[in-house]
Design a protein around this ligand. Structure first.
Ligand code: SAM
Length: 272
């Protein structure tokens, strides 16, 4: 743990616990049941290697290979963004806007497939089309969807925003696209800057390159009263995106905060 602290990783204890649990192949808190046992030399080496990777800046989730999202275990590789806890609030909001009965959802920029998987898990009556520009990320999404048993209802396609979606009755379009301005790259934490895919994080000079295209095109595929919900960078961007929704003719445009109180999500309904 001292090595993690010295590398500026805070809080270091949970990360040390996760790394050790991964090496031992047990749950995080099960490591305390084994405190009186000595680590075998092979396990001690593996733990040291994992700590070295973490102190060099590699995200914990890439080292252990997974992250929990809406209660699901999502496999993570360097090809996908690590699912973030704030995005769980976007899923909750999308679910609240999905009427009962068989419905269709499109998840734009699915990455690991976490949003698509969480929606399929919560709503067995829903089918999801998960679109992803990066073929490498789409492969990870497909693996996650298959491993979780949702392959019959979630289709992952390699596609640019909504270009693969026909205008035939989507109830909800949900997206957590890249939204940071390119110039922010040097200021990002090294875990993101050096280890997460640039195409998952950066979106042009103003960060709006992908969001603007989703807002412009989603009404084409949505049923009347269907919802578009997106995650943004928060702060000024959330207002800029809400204004974009208004200009594009969405009704009931609303903003919601994430768990930290940052106004982060925008939703609207397709008008006439
Ligand atoms: C911020 S990540 C989100 C991943 C996942 N949905 C999540 O919430 O963790 C954005 C994803 O959008 C993908 N992406 C970027 N531009 C895209 C585009 N034009 N069309 C489709 N997907 C795109 C990226 O490759 C990346 O996987």
């Amino acid at each position: 743990m001292a090595a993690l602290e010295a590398a500026g990783i805070a809080p270091a204890r949970p990360e040390a616990e996760w790394l050790l649990a991964d090496v031992l192949g047990v749950g995080r808190f099960d490591i305390y049941l084994a405190l009186d046992r000595e680590l075998s030399p092979a396990k001690a080496d593996a733990y040291e290697r994992a700590v070295a990777r973490r102190t060099a800046g590699e995200p914990l989730q890439q080292i252990v290979g997974w992250e929990s999202f809406c209660g699901l275990r999502i496999r993570v590789t360097p090809d996908v963004l690590v699912p973030r806890p704030e995005t769980e609030s976007l899923v909750e909001w999308a679910l609240a806007r999905l009427p009962r009965g068989p419905r269709r959802v499109v998840d734009v920029g699915t990455g690991s497939g976490c949003i698509a998987a969480a929606i399929a898990h919560a709503r067995p009556d829903v089918s999801v089309l998960a679109a992803e520009l990066s073929p490498a990320a789409a492969r990870v999404a497909r693996e996650n969807i298959a491993a979780l048993g949702f392959a019959a209802r979630v289709r992952v396609v390699v596609a640019d925003v909504l270009t693969a979606v026909a205008p035939d009755g989507v109830d909800v379009v949900v997206a957590n696209p890249p939204y940071l301005p390119d110039a922010m790259l040097p200021a990002l934490p090294r875990e993101i800057r050096n280890w997460e895919p640039r195409g998952a994080v950066l979106a042009g000079a103003d960060g709006l390159r992908v969001l603007a295209r989703i807002v412009a095109d989603a009404a084409r595929v949505l049923v009347r009263d269907g919802s578009l919900l997106v995650e943004t960078a928060g702060d000024a961007q959330v207002d800029a995106v809400a204004a974009m929704f208004e200009r594009a003719g969405y009704a009931e445009v609303a903003i919601r905060a994430d768990l930290t109180g940052t106004r982060r999500f925008v939703a609207g309904r397709r008008g006439v």
